[in-house]
Design a protein around this ligand. Structure first.
Ligand SMILES: Cc1cc2nc3c(=O)[nH]c(=O)nc-3n(C[C@H](O)[C@H](O)[C@H](O)COP(=O)(O)O)c2cc1C
Length: 386
């Protein structure tokens, strides 16, 4: 009896409260910023700082739409917390001086300056009147991939018109879609997307029904896609015959579906639980990637695998890349950064590039392409299971 009480006591003492914005001194440094105003962009030092700023600069319902997770928000929290449950295994006495030159990567054969991208998020206009135009311009300036959402505040045409050309090559965007059962509508949408100049279609498959969003419901800012959707592999094949663009399923959450994606001929798929916004207690991308790595690591070589959810630091990116993920998506920090307009978006890109480079260097990775699972201790610490 005494032992079990001691065990409980030590678990209780060891448990840390969830911190939506970890304490890195921002309140002391910027806490005197009047409500409704934004601190200087230069005073922000990391991705979580943008949520701190946006929480003050946006009205509560708009902030809530971005911040929201499903139900009790356990998946939302787990997405953020999972990264610190796995400790790094830094190697020393390694030449890391060229690390920055190894950040560029390809995504479906297109060249980008870093292995991270802007995930598709609806309603960019909640943070800034120019909405998605800032995201496309920021991504273009930083030469990273942007995936505009179908339910954007700006039209597909306006978003693609805002692309930045790099050495006469138009900026590459992948267009996210939600689809109805109406083939004519789908055909028209695909034609519009092709004409606008998208290089791929991101088909969201993790939201077959409305998300159970308690926080959002208080302000009437629920899911942009609330209907029941017919989403099957048969449909995937039918859709693939309607467009010349590759269709990439977004929202794979199990090894079983990863295998089915490969069997059904995808060129790439994205692991995602929609930022914890759809179905509560779904696993984080890191847990799913680990399951795939443990059971069927060849999948990472057969197709390109992308992943998003809860990525806030350079080391988070590294852990996903270590398992074989080709590129990592970031959602909310970019949406929050848009309160500063295009400069905010550019700043997030710079910050994350810098963090990926210095974290890789301190991990003893001299070439980002050579990072592997041996740089992480995959035995979970202080998790639910170890
Ligand atoms: C405000 C907001 C809107 C979103 N809208 C969409 C959407 O329209 N389509 C989609 O596939 N995913 C959508 N997502 C999910 C993101 O694509 C991405 O999976 C998620 O934000 C990643 O988690 P993170 O925000 O913790 O980085 C949205 C996420 C947010 C925060």
């Amino acid at each position: 009896m005494r032992v079990s009480i001691l065990v409980f006591a030590s678990v209780a003492l060891a448990a840390r409260p969830f911190l939506n914005e970890p304490d890195t001194g921002i309140d002391e440094a910027l806490g005197s910023t009047p409500d409704g105003t934004l601190p200087d962009l230069d005073s922000l030092v990391g991705l979580p700082d943008f949520e701190w700023a946006a929480r003050r600069g946006m009205n509560t319902s708009a902030y809530t739409y971005y911040r929201n997770g499903a139900a009790g928000e356990w998946s939302y929290r787990n997405n953020l917390e999972v990264f610190q449950r796995f400790r790094l295994r830094p190697r020393v006495m390694v030449d890391i001086t060229k690390i920055e030159s190894t950040l560029p990567t390809t995504i479906l054969g297109h060249n980008f300056s870093a292995p991270f991208f802007i995930s598709p998020c609806a309603r960019g206009g909640y943070a800034h009147p120019d909405g998605e135009l800032n995201l496309v311009k920021g991504a273009g300036a930083g030469n990273i991939l942007y995936m505009p959402a179908l339910y954007a505040s700006k039209s597909i045409e306006d978003i693609y018109m805002a692309r930045v050309s790099n050495a006469s090559t138009p900026q590459v965007l992948f267009q996210q879609v939600y689809l109805t059962e109406n083939d004519t509508e789908t055909q028209q949408l695909f034609a519009r997307i092709e004409k606008a100049g998208s290089k791929a279609i991101i088909m969201t498959v993790d939201s077959a029904a409305d998300g159970n969003r308690h926080r959002a419901r208080r302000y009437g800012v629920g899911s942009a896609d609330s209907s029941y959707s017919y989403l099957t592999w048969d449909l995937y094949h039918k859709l693939s015959n309607m467009t010349k663009l590759p269709i990439i399923p977004k929202g794979i959450q199990t090894l079983d579906d990863a295998r089915l994606a490969v069997e059904n001929g995808v060129k790439a798929f994205m692991i995602s639980n929609h930022g914890g916004r759809q179905l509560d207690t779904t696993p984080s991308s890191l847990e799913v990637a680990l399951e795939i790595y443990n059971e069927d690591p060849e999948i990472f070589k057969q197709v390109e695998v992308y992943a998003d959810g809860g990525v806030r630091y350079g080391a988070d990116v590294l852990k996903l890349l270590a398992l074989g993920v080709k590129a990592v998506g970031v959602g909310r920090p970019f949406m929050f950064s848009n309160v500063y307009g295009v400069d905010g978006v550019k700043r997030v890109i710079e910050m994350l590039k810098h963090e990926v480079a210095i974290d890789a260097a301190n991990l003893g990775v001299g070439d980002l392409k050579k990072i592997g699972p041996e740089y992480v201790n995959w035995k979970s610490v202080n998790g639910w299971f170890s």
